[in-house]
Design a protein. Structure first.
Ligand code: PMP
Length: 293
């Protein structure tokens, strides 16, 4: 199947979806992106994702020539043009074409493209049996460098941490901040359950303000499970009763071991199962319709 890509306002065949080698997104990682899911013909938390994209763009002085509403419509149009019902959207905005120098003001217009396709991050068996994680030595950048809240095209730090995890035989790795506190994983937020309470690292400890993370706060309230942010160390992970990760691509996935310590009894716990089920139910019953785009 030939994918239709949304590129600067037009839907083009994937072979024609080209970006110049002078694009600063490519030359300097100067740009921002989003990953969005759609389920059963409805886009999950579309407005929130585009809100975060615009915030990331504002933070790096990247002025988009499209409004929040126009970007939302473009996402729905791209999904509709590909006749897809379930899948994943990658939306990228770059600084645009410029010269061979950092100066972003020499880039006249940003480039935006939207790919609607599918994604399989982890094999299905891990949703049933859980993941094993390792801690990476690569640290989450400090807010004194680029804010961890900007979902920029500079993911090399996370890529290097992911390489460490993969080389250690784990599919995902825990990233600590410069102080040694748990921040998140390379592409997912992390949660533990301790004495019946769900805990997740604070945004100020270097966690991305994940859209799925926000959904977990809502679900915890609905399920009557206490939940709060906490500064945590690896000790807190090792001694937790249950653990899970969240992300747009990963959804909700249980964790059963970290750095070779079994979590709880080393099996997927009851609370994680409840959260996973509630999450799947929500994704199937809510969202912005693709139809009518
Ligand atoms: N942390 C990082 C570093 C990420 O890249 C992502 C998702 N791409 C997440 C957490 C999860 O965020 P969300 O739930 O918004 O996908």
């Amino acid at each position: 199947m030939v994918l239709k890509i949304w590129l600067d306002g037009k839907l083009v065949d994937e072979a024609d979806a080209r970006v110049t080698v002078f694009d600063h997104g490519l030359l300097y990682g100067d740009g921002v992106f989003e990953g969005i899911r759609f389920y059963s013909g409805r886009v999950f938390r579309l407005e929130e994702h585009i809100g975060r994209l615009l915030d990331s763009a504002r933070a790096i002085l990247l002025k988009l020539p499209w409004s929040h509403e126009e970007v939302c419509t473009a996402v729905r149009q791209t999904i509709a043009a590909n006749g897809l019902v379930d899948g994943y959207v990658r939306l990228v905005v770059t600084r645009g074409a410029g010269g061979l120098g950092l100066n972003p003001y020499l880039c006249k217009t940003p480039t935006m493209f939207i790919i609607a396709s599918s994604i399989t991050l982890y094999p299905e068996e891990h949703y049933t049996n859980g993941l094993s994680l390792v801690t990476c030595s690569t640290r989450r950048p400090t807010p004194g460098a680029l804010s961890p809240q900007v979902k920029s095209l500079n993911y090399l730090n996370n890529v290097m941490a992911k390489v460490e995890a993969l080389k250690a035989g784990a599919m995902e790795g825990v990233m600590l901040n410069e102080q040694g506190y748990v921040a998140e994983c390379t592409g997912d937020n992390i949660f533990i359950i301790k004495r019946g309470k769900i805990l997740t690292p604070r945004i100020s400890d270097g966690a991305l303000d994940g859209i799925t993370r926000g959904v977990i706060f809502e679900l915890a309230e609905q399920l009557g499970i206490p939940m709060e942010e906490a500064t945590m160390t690896r000790y807190d992970l090792y001694t937790s009763e249950e653990c899970f990760l969240t992300g747009t691509a990963a959804e909700v996935i249980p964790v059963v071991a970290i750095d070779e310590r079994p979590i709880g009894d080393g099996k997927v716990g009851e609370t994680v199962r409840r959260v996973l089920e509630a999450f799947r139910n929500l994704t199937q019953t809510t969202g912005t319709p693709v139809e009518g785009a």
